[in-house]
Every structure is written in C-alpha cells, then in structure tokens.
Design a protein around this ligand. Structure first.
Ligand SMILES: *[C@@H]1O[C@H](CO)[C@@H](O)[C@H](O)[C@H]1NC(C)=O
Ligand SMILES: *[C@@H]1O[C@H](CO)[C@@H](O)[C@H](O)[C@H]1NC(C)=O
Ligand SMILES: *[C@@H]1O[C@H](CO)[C@@H](O)[C@H](O)[C@H]1NC(C)=O
Ligand SMILES: *[C@@H]1O[C@H](CO)[C@@H](O)[C@H](O)[C@H]1NC(C)=O
Ligand SMILES: *[C@@H]1O[C@H](CO)[C@@H](O)[C@H](O)[C@H]1NC(C)=O
Ligand SMILES: *[C@@H]1O[C@H](CO)[C@@H](O)[C@H](O)[C@H]1NC(C)=O
Ligand SMILES: *[C@@H]1O[C@H](CO)[C@@H](O)[C@H](O)[C@H]1NC(C)=O
Ligand SMILES: *[C@@H]1O[C@H](CO)[C@@H](O)[C@H](O)[C@H]1NC(C)=O
Length: 832
C-alpha cells in the first residue's frame, strides 16, 4: 500500500513539475532526520538535572541558560530549513531536537536530503524508518512470576520504588486500570512532594470525556505522532491521538515495572492471584511513540526520548529497536543510540530489550555498551488439570479453567461425529472454529473433543474461537488432543484463560488413548458410552531450572565483529519474560485472545525488560548515590548463573525445543537478575560518558565519527591508543585475542565498612588468566585498580568463544562476579 501511494505521489509530483506548479509538501515528502554538529544542550552542560542543584537560584540560572542555548539551536535549524525550503520551511519541520542531540526532523525528497548532506554543519542525514515493538505475544499456560519475585524483593515490597520515576517509551497507557490507580489506602501525591528533580506533566486533554492521565501514580503523559501522521498511517480510531494505549503493550509492561501492589488478576471469571510491579511505588512517566496499527518512527521516538530525559526520569525503559542488527559504523552512531549516550550523560539509566530474534547467534538488536540489554527466561509454573474417564482412569493435561460441574460424568463427543457441514475438511472441523459447522443436539451438555493443530501456533485458529463454539453449542467442556507429530513442540504455548472447562492433553500417547476410548475400541460393555469429567486447574510450580527462552536474541554483539575490537558483551542480563501476567487495556488490539480483558499473559524480551527497569528503581532507591553505570554494575555482578538448587541456567534452541544446553554469557550476559543481592552489591565497576567516548575512540574506524557526532577529537582526550576492552564494564570480552594481553579494571567499594576482597578465577578453556592483586582491602568509596592478564595457550581451537569468570568475595558477605568471554583469532580467521 505504501509503495502504491508513493508511486502515485511521485506521479503527481512529476505532473506538478511539468505544469510548473509548486510541489505539495505532503506529496513529495519522506521524513528525514538531519543531525547537526554538536553540542546539544546536554552535551554542552555537564550538570543539568534539577536534582543536582542545591538551591533554587543556581537551578533557575541553569534553566535560563538552557532556554537560551536551546532557542539558539532551534533558530539555527529554522535558518537552515529556510535556506533550502524558503517559505515552506516551517511546514516541512516536524521536530527540532536540542536537548540530547542537535538536529531536526523534516519532510524532504531524497534530492533535497542530498542538499542537506552538502551543508558543512550537517553530520548525518538519515531517512526516517519504522521501528518495531519488540514483543512476541504468546499467551500461555504459565504465569505469575510476580510472586516468586515478590519474595526476593525487600520485605516492604508495598513501598518499594518510592520516589523513583520510570519513563516508558511505548504504546501509551490505560490510566483507568487498577494497577495504576491512586490507591486510597496509600494515596499518591503530586510529584513535587516526593522528588525535586522530576518536572514532567501530562499533556492537555482535548476531548471532554477523556480522563486526565496524571493521577499521582502516572506523573507525565505525552504522545509523539508527527511523523506517524505525515506518513498517512496514523488511524485515530485505533491509534488514539492521546497518550491512551490502544494496543495493550505499554499498559502491560508499565504494570510489570511499577504496577500497584496486590492488584487482583481476574480473567475469564477466574482469579489468577495478585499482581504487583517490580517497584510498585515507583511513578510512571509515559511517552507514547508506538502505535498499534503501524509501530513507530525514529523521529517520533527521538522526540519522546528527548522529552523523557528533559523531564528528569530516573530510568528509561525502551521497547524499540531496529528490526535487524545494523551493520558498519552506524551500529553505535545511529540517532537513537547517540541520543541514549547523551541520556546516560544526563544520569538516566536506559534499559532495552535484547530482541526476539533468537535463538541464533548475533541476533541482539541492542548493542551499545551504554545501554543495559535484557534477555528473557522461562520460569516454569504450570496449571495442571486432568480428566477422569467413565472407566475411572485419569488422564493428565494442562488448563487455565475451572472443572466441569460436580462429579457427574458427562458424555464425550468427537468433533467430527457432530459435524453438520460435510464440505468442511475433517482437520478444520476438529479445530472447532465455529458453531455453524456442528449439530447443536449432538454437542449440547457434552464435552466436545477437538484437536490442537499447528494452526493454533501460527494464529490461523484460536482458542477464543473454540470457547465461542463451545458456548454456542452449549457444550459442558472441551478436551484438546494432539496428533503424534506435535509431541515435540513446546505445548505450553498459545493458551489463555477460558470460561468453559477446558483441558489440553500434551502427550501424544495419552491423546491416542483418549481417542480410542471415545471411538469405543476400549469400551468394555456394549451399552457403555464414552464419558468423563474435567477436574479443574490449579497453579503449580515445577521448580525447573530457568531456561533462556528460544525467542530471546543472542550475542555476541554484532558490533564486536563489525569492528574487530569493539569487545562488548550483549545481552547484559536476563529476567523472566515468558508467560507474564500484566495489566491490559480492554481496548487493546495487540493480543486477540485478551480482547476486552483487563489482564493478559504475554511473553517476549519486552516483558523481561520492565522487570529490570523496576528492579533498577529499587537499586536506585536503596543506593541513591550510585551512578548509571553503578546501577548496571550492581545488577550485573550479583546476577546468578545457577538457580537456588545449584543447577546451571539452561538455554533453549528454537529448532530443537526439547534440547536444553547450558546457558553462556551470549544467552544471559552476566546471568539471571537477583534483586535482593543487587540492592547491596559491595563492589561497583563505574564508567561515565567520557569512558564511553574513549571506548568509541578505541573502536576500529570510529574516531572520525566520534569527532563529527560528539564534537570531541580522540587525540585531544588522549584515547586513541586505548583498547575497547578497557571500558570499565562489569564483564571482560576479548573478541580477538592474538597474544598476551593485560586488561584494566577498577572497582569501587560501596559497602558501609572496610572489607577484604579475595579474587578467585574460573579460567576460560584454552587461555591462562591472572588477576592482580588477588587480594585487597577497601574502605567505603575507595577504589582499586586491577590488571587482568590473559594469554592464549597452544592447545586452543581458534575462533571459538570460551567462557570463564572472576569472583570477588568480600569478608562481610558481599560477592561480585563478572563473566570473561574470550575469542582467540589468528590473522587468517578474521571472517565470521
Ligand atoms: C490521590 O488520592 C488522594 C486521596 O484520595 C488525594 O488526596 C490526592 O490528591 C490524589 N493524588 C493526586 C495526584 O490526584
Ligand atoms: C490479593 O489482594 C487482595 C486485595 O488487594 C487482598 O485482599 C488479598 O489478600 C490478596 N491476596 C494475596 C494472596 O496476597
Ligand atoms: C468407578 O468408581 C466408582 C466409585 O469408586 C464406582 O462406583 C464405579 O462402579 C466405577 N466405575 C467403573 C466403570 O469401574
Ligand atoms: C459449509 O462449509 C463451507 C466451507 O467452509 C462453506 O463455504 C459453506 O457455506 C458451509 N455451509 C453451511 C450450510 O454452513
Ligand atoms: C480406561 O480407558 C483408557 C483409555 O482408553 C484406557 O487407557 C484405560 O486402560 C482404561 N482403564 C480401565 C480401568 O479400563
Ligand atoms: C519497556 O521496554 C521493553 C523492552 O525494551 C518494551 O517491550 C516495553 O514495551 C517497555 N514498556 C514500556 C511501558 O515502555
Ligand atoms: C540472591 O541473593 C541473595 C542475597 O545475596 C542470596 O541469599 C540468594 O541465595 C541469591 N539467590 C540465588 C538463587 O542465588
Ligand atoms: C551496613 O550495611 C548493612 C547491610 O546493608 C546493614 O545491615 C548495617 O546496618 C549497615 N551498618 C551501618 C553502620 O550503616
């Protein structure tokens, strides 16, 4: 459709040109983002967040300076636009960016873009493109990790996150949801009473019957849709021209990060326990830039990020990413990553989903070291259910429903035996997708036996339709059998809570036994009819070792291999992302199975990320002095590679779902988050904006780009000779180890008393590794420089990664661990 329109518009453009007419802005336009030479406001001002100003006078001085600097930048944008477009300039411009980056978004043809590229002050012109929501929605049988996480959160979970603002760049929010209500027992007051640094607000309501978004829990709400509207894809009926969530995604993830404590989850008439956000007292600031009908545009997203950072959010949760990993120098210098680098400088902790392109290597879509990247794990909690057959034997299955009424046996009827329309193929009949295909008399009061086929997994058939079919025919319940070839497939996918008693039999042999029973081949007496009753589901924890979900994107970071020496570990951490209950808007269109519901069970790295955003809020609350990288470090060094029983984390393979290998740092980064331990980390690896600039200078071929994009010459900061691997990150990644190498780290002690640390090492296969010093004593806030020396050993196979770790064990119970990832290369094996 886009293509068709464009072709038409080009044609109109041509006609206009031929007729000597003036080109219509809409007709020729594509949005482009034009970046100009720095500095933006933040790049120029080392201190800018309100929280850093002790007195009002100093604060207003900086604010006045800010206004001046930014209006000058904006004026320069307008001047450039006027030079090129004349009187049309202001019509063409969508946004001026002045806070994090210096640039603007405007509609222009590719010829016009070329004109801008030739202007000396212009450092980059990027054609705007669409961004993706990083979700897979897979309603399932499992859920409620909240409870498990509740236990590891501080005892006062009800107050956790107080005073912290989490910014959400997503599809908006449904402010009427109980997860975001101003609870009467413990009301939320205007943010100026709890934080001085946050200065966001809610955009004005245009529509009389809309409610205001700001209610004490939600402290800011804006939407950014200029590019979306210019594109012609914006549809106000589903996309809503306000911060309201017409999708469901943003409401869901907001509730995972900061939903109110003790919100009862009720779906399809059943109660599935209580939900709580990771940081239930944190406030939410909503910056809507993604829309249900088309996703989002970079230029709207950058505007949203600028506003979030300017408002003063503490933590920024990002649901956006390129649809595939970028290549070349743009990896670190695309406009979003640049804006986020400057956001880090402004003191904002940025969390981003790893992506849902797993399980093949190099599939992460979040790659810059200043962003904290989250992978998703599966935590098994099942809802076992069973059927008792008329012959008194029991068949086990799974379900998210109540049982059939009482203990009375109900007749079983196979879908194909109740058919009315014989033109429908048998396989389609057995999927029970419509009441019109069946004789109601044959089904009424009976349990209908249907088949769970591939169509359910790919979305051609839905459980919601089966439920509707059963209701229409007045069936008393539904049994799903599976065919033998489905046996290997992970069947705890694609399910949802239902009002009709329903069970799925995930074993092929049990399915066959049930079918035999129904067709009478195993019935004893001549007059015996197949019958049974469904018992009803109850949540049960299977206590299996957590596994990295197959969809979760995997490292290594593509940048590590584009620039041989980028040496970045991605993802950084893992958190539960599969089968997560969260708030939902009844108007949501993202997951059909939950239409009209107030809660939904979803999966994706999108669901894992707000867990980390919420836990980061807790870390910040209990350690207010930690820097942005300090928060990342606390989460990283306390993450676990073994579960509570000592079993190593596992990882799933998309192509062979039954197989589970041991997880490596390319699956989980530093490991699975341990919220309790992250609150009290002991040692911290700090890195700031300048360190990231040094890092970029050390990356092959990036020095010129640093000068252009950040306004710093690498030589001037004396960084050109450094190794990228010396970025003071809570991991060591060496993408190309060719000989003996010494890597530098510096740790700072943030415990409250002097502590003695002892170093122990798990040496990666095929190298030698030594840490010096191997024992040291630190006072509070004291730092220690460490030298980590690695050398390949001769037995080593080239180019295969090997994994190890370094553990710092403190005398007062702190322990910090970092992963070590080493890839030895020879000159000949540089290709991947
Ligand atoms: C939250 O509710 C309390 C009690 O009803 C009320 O006093 C307070 O003003 C509300 N907060 C906001 C920001 O509206
Ligand atoms: C769930 O929340 C409700 C109301 O908020 C409360 O009455 C109930 O005790 C809670 N249940 C559990 C298991 O925490
Ligand atoms: C099943 O068990 C019940 C109660 O134990 C018994 O009354 C009934 O006869 C049994 N039915 C069959 C078919 O064995
Ligand atoms: C029977 O099914 C076919 C194929 O789905 C459909 O085209 C036809 O309209 C149906 N007939 C009736 C009477 O429902
Ligand atoms: C009841 O029927 C099932 C299904 O055909 C069969 O596997 C089982 O052995 C039968 N149980 C008894 C007690 O006959
Ligand atoms: C938080 O980030 C995740 C992953 O980046 C995203 O999927 C989710 O929608 C975000 N939530 C909000 C409310 O912004
Ligand atoms: C998480 O951290 C806490 C506190 O350090 C520790 O007691 C607990 O064992 C850790 N959990 C796991 C699964 O290792
Ligand atoms: C030091 O920290 C520990 C753990 O956080 C805490 O239990 C203890 O009270 C603190 N001591 C002081 C003197 O603050």
């Amino acid at each position: 459709m886009m293509v068709g329109n464009n072709a038409l518009l080009v044609l109109i453009g041509l006609l206009c040109t031929l007729l000597g007419g003036k080109l219509d802005v809409q007709a020729i336009s594509d949005v482009h983002i034009v970046l100009l030479e720095p500095p933006s406001f933040v790049q120029r001002n080392e201190l800018l967040q309100g929280k850093m100003y002790k007195d009002q006078g100093a604060f207003s001085k900086v604010r006045d300076m800010a206004m001046l600097h930014r209006s000058l930048l904006e004026q320069s944008h307008n001047n450039i636009l006027q030079e090129v477009f004349g009187a049309e300039a202001m019509e063409r411009k969508l946004y001026s960016y002045t806070y994090l980056v210096n640039g603007f978004a405007a509609t222009m043809s590719s010829q016009e873009a070329a004109i801008f590229r030739r202007i000396p002050k212009v450092i980059r012109v990027e054609k705007d493109s669409k961004m993706e929501k990083l979700t897979t929605y897979t309603p399932t049988y499992l859920g409620l990790p909240y409870k498990a996480w509740g236990k590891t959160s501080p005892s006062s979970v009800g107050g956790a996150g107080e005073g912290i603002v989490i910014g959400m760049v997503d599809t908006g929010i449904d402010p009427s949801h109980p997860s975001f209500a101003n609870t009467t027992s413990n009301p939320y007051y205007n943010p100026k009473y709890f934080t001085r640094h946050f200065k966001g607000e809610c955009e004005a309501i245009t529509n009389e019957d809309q409610q205001s978004f700001c209610n004490g829990k939600i402290v800011a709400a804006h939407h950014f849709a200029k590019a979306a509207k210019r594109s012609g894809l914006f549809n106000p009926t589903v996309d809503y021209d306000s911060p309201f969530d017409g999708d469901g995604h943003g409401t869901h993830t907001s509730s995972i990060a900061a939903g109110n404590y003790g919100t009862v989850v009720q779906v399809a008439g059943m109660i599935f326990g209580n939900a709580s956000g990771m940081a239930p007292r944190a406030r939410l600031a909503i910056y809507k830039a993604l829309y249900p009908s088309f996703g989002g545009f970079y230029s709207d997203v950058v505007a949203a990020i600028e506003k979030a950072v300017e408002d003063g959010v503490d933590i920024l949760n990002l649901s956006i990413g390129p649809s595939r990993p970028p290549r070349g120098v743009a990896t670190f210098f695309n406009v979003v990553d640049l804006a986020l680098l400057v956001a880090v400088k402004a003191g904002v902790f940025v969390v981003q989903a790893a992506g849902n392109l797993g399980s093949s290597p190099f599939s992460v879509v979040s790659f810059s070291p200043w962003i904290f990247t989250v992978a998703a794990t599966r935590h098994d909690r099942t809802y076992p259910n069973s059927i008792i057959l008329g012959n008194n034997s029991t068949i086990n299955g799974l379900g998210l429903s109540l049982g059939t009424k009482g203990t009375r046996m109900q007749s079983l009827v196979l879908a194909k035996d109740a058919a009315r329309n014989y033109t429908v193929e048998e396989i389609a009949l057995e999927e029970c997708q419509g009441g019109q295909n069946f004789e109601k008399d044959e089904v009424e009061g009976k349990i209908l036996v249907c088949t769970f086929t591939l169509s359910f997994l790919i979305g051609r058939a839905s459980v919601k339709n089966v439920e509707a079919t059963a209701k229409e025919l007045s069936a008393s319940g539904v049994i799903f059998t599976i065919s033998s070839w489905m046996q290997g497939i992970n069947l705890h996918v694609e399910f949802m809570p239902v009002e009709i008693p329903m069970i799925i039999i995930p074993s092929a042999s049990d399915s066959k036994a049930l079918l035999d029973y129904c067709t009478g081949s195993s019935l004893k007496g001549l007059y015996e009819q197949p019958s049974g009753r469904i018992v009803g589901a109850n949540a049960r924890y299977s206590h299996e070792t957590p596994r990295v979900a197959s969809y979760s994107s995997r490292g290594p970071d593509p940048a590590t291999f584009n620039f041989r020496a980028a040496d970045v570990l991605k993802p950084n951490i893992a958190a539960p992302g599969s089968y997560i209950w969260g708030a939902w808007t009844p108007h949501g269109v993202d997951a059909e199975d939950f239409e009209g519901e107030k809660f939904a069970l979803l999966s994706g790295t999108s669901m894992a990320t707000p867990h980390i955003a919420g836990i980061a809020a807790l870390v910040k609350q209990s350690n207010p002095d930690l820097s942005v990288s300090g928060i990342a470090s606390a989460l990283s060094t306390t993450a676990i590679m073994r579960d509570g029983k000592g079993s190593s984390l596992l990882t799933e393979d998309l192509l062979s779902p039954k197989r589970s290998d041991l997880a490596t740092p390319f699956d989980v980064g530093c490991g699975l988050v341990n919220a309790t331990a992250a609150m009290n980390p002991g040692l911290i690896f700090n890195a700031g904006y300048k360190d990231y600039v040094r890092f970029l200078c050390a990356v092959d071929g990036a020095a010129g780009e640093v000068k252009r994009a950040l306004g710093k010459s690498c030589a001037s900061i004396g960084a050109s000779k450094e190794l990228a691997t010396n970025l003071n990150a809570p991991y060591i990644t060496i993408a190309a180890l060719e000989g003996r190498l010494t890597v530098i780290r510096e740790v700072m002690h943030v415990g409250n008393s002097t502590e003695l640390y002892e170093v122990s090492v798990k040496v990666p296969e095929g190298v030698s590794l030594e840490v010096s010093p191997s024992i040291f004593m630190l006072d509070c806030k004291e730092a220690q420089r460490l030298e980590v020396t690695v050398e390949p050993s001769s037995s080593r196979r080239k180019s295969t990664p090997s994994f190890g770790s370094i553990l710092f064990k403190g005398s007062h119970g702190h322990s910090a661990q970092i992963p070590v990832v080493i890839i030895s290369t020879s000159a000949a094996s540089g290709k991947h």
